[in-house]
Ligand binder design. Sequence first.
Ligand SMILES: [Zn+2]
Ligand SMILES: [Zn+2]
Length: 68
Amino acid sequence: MVNRCEFRQCPNRVAVIIGHCKACQGKWCLNHRLPESHLCTHMETIRQESFDRNMNKLMEEKTCNKKV
Ligand SMILES: [Zn+2]
Ligand SMILES: [Zn+2]
C-alpha cells in the first residue's frame, strides 16, 4: 500500500519520517511537508509557540542588560 500525500489531490508519495507533521499529525510529501505548504490546521499553535520562545528570549536579554 502506497501512502499518498494528504494534500487535496496531490499524487506524490508521503515522505518517510520528515513528511509527518507533528502539529496536525498529517502525512505529507516533500512538497507539502512544511506547515505553510499544507495549510496546517495547527499553524496558530506553531506560531504561538515560536512567539512564546521569542518572548522568553527577549525577557532573558532584558534581564542580562539590567546589570547596571
Ligand atoms: Zn503533496
Ligand atoms: Zn501540519
